[in-house]
Ligand binder design. Structure first.
Ligand code: IPM
Ligand code: MG
Length: 399
């Protein structure tokens, strides 16, 4: 009996190896990064998602329509609302991303995405794979870039989380070998590590950062994390002006909340799951996961999203109109930056700082004792319309 089960699991494992080796070949043949300045039209897909997603996506769209009014008129930019990435439709089709939605997403150069619901084991829903994870994989969005800034504590971190491998790539392909034995897989590839580590160092180089910190658990997870660390240290040699240090994930988590050390870190790079955990922790330090944006970058496509979930409870309790759109708007800042609309990105970033951190004329509390997200968006738009926005922002940040 056991032999048969071992045989089945072994066959399953062989299929995984085939698929992973094929993926490596694809990575080897992948093209360089698209240059958005050469595209006649940049298509931005807007995906509402689930729960509060459509509410905050509407607000973000409104801001983009104002900010990009000229580019929209000349067709330099096109906004394309993509429907159907909802838990209801995904369950109806039994697909993490239904085919027709995927086809529409494929037509977009960049995607702005609200949160999507991920069913868990034991939920009252079929166990469909996370739409996030599927999209990252479908478009090979290997770099998950998550900045966290706390100016008053001198914190300015940028996390480069590997986004397509590690514990996630085979997340739904683990095996229950017998009733008592469950096995999951973690896969790390040379190509996968090289591209994320290089992305982190290139970012550091282009943004005058002097330090890249590699986070693993290579003392215990010796093969995969060991490979990650070894390759990272090799690549670091190509960047003599940037120092490279390495930490294990446990002590790294401690150092991020150590007030005497944490502001020393600048750019951090790590495998998928560690990045998932550490970036939530970091976002919480900044004021909550609702305040952080997240970029998922590949060579051909890129997707920008809020890092929080879909908060279905807020919708059930009739509070969706009070949901904070800031995280998705921050994601829009990263998107504008990524496609080369630097001035618009900078202005929107300053407006978010002024409204959310400094001036706080209107405050969202996610309940009726705060403003609605409509009112908050108007506040952001009013702040953006001020020709002296930079002077205003400087007056706060240089205090
Ligand atoms: C994130 C989220 C996702 C992840 C979930 C929704 C699958 O937590 O973007 O960090 O784990 O990557
Ligand atoms: Mg997460």
């Amino acid at each position: 009996m056991n032999n048969e089960k071992i045989q089945q699991a072994t066959e399953h494992f062989a299929q995984i190896l085939q698929a992973e080796l094929a993926r490596i070949d694809k990575m080897k043949n992948s093209e360089g990064f698209v240059d958005y300045s050469t595209l006649p039209t940049i298509t931005i897909g807007i995906v509402g998602g689930d729960g509060i997603g459509p509410f905050i996506a509407d607000q973000t769209q409104k801001i983009l329509e104002t900010l990009l009014a000229d580019a929209l008129k000349t067709d330099r930019i096109r906004l394309k609302v993509v429907e159907g990435l909802t838990i209801e439709n995904r369950i109806a089709k039994m697909q993490a991303i239904p085919d027709e939605v995927l086809a529409e997403l494929q037509e977009c150069d960049v995607i702005l995405k609200g949160p999507t619901t991920t069913p868990r084991r034991g939920d009252d829903m079929p166990n469909i794979e996370s739409a996030n994870v599927s999209m990252r994989r479908a478009f090979d969005l290997f770099a998950n870039v998550r900045p966290v800034k706390i100016p008053q504590d001198n914190i300015d971190w940028v996390f480069f989380r590997e986004n397509t491998e590690g514990e996630y790539i085979l997340g739904s392909q683990g095996v229950d070998v017998t009733e008592d034995l469950a096995i999951d897989f973690k896969a790390i590839t040379t190509q996968g590590v090289e591209r994320i580590v290089r992305a982190a160092f290139e970012y550091a180089k282009q943004n005058g950062r002097k330090r890249v910190t590699v986070v693993t658990k290579a003392n215990v997870i010796k093969t995969t994390d060991g490979k990650f660390l070894k390759i990272a240290q090799e690549i670091a040699k190509e960047y003599p002006g940037i120092s490279c240090d390495d930490w294990y994930i446990d002590i790294m988590a401690a150092k991020l909340i150590d007030p005497s050390r944490r502001s020393e870190f600048e750019v951090l790079v790590m495998p998928n799951l560690y990045g998932d955990i550490l970036t939530d922790q970091a976002a919480q330090l900044q004021g909550g996961v609702g305040t952080a944006g997240s970029a998922n970058i590949g060579t051909k496509h890129a997707m920008f999203e809020a890092i929080h979930g879909s908060a279905p409870r807020m919708v059930d309790e009739g509070r969706a109109q009070y949901a904070d759109p800031s995280s998705l708007v921050r994601a829009a800042v990263m998107m504008l930056e990524h496609i080369g609309f630097k001035t618009e990105a900078k202005n929107l970033d300053m407006a978010l700082d002024i409204c959310g951190q400094y001036e706080k004329k209107f405050v969202l509390t996610s309940r009726a004792n705060g403003v609605t997200n409509d009112q908050y968006t108007d506040y952001i738009l009013d702040t953006l319309a001020d020709p002296n926005i930079e002077a205003k922002w400087l007056s706060y940040t240089q205090k």
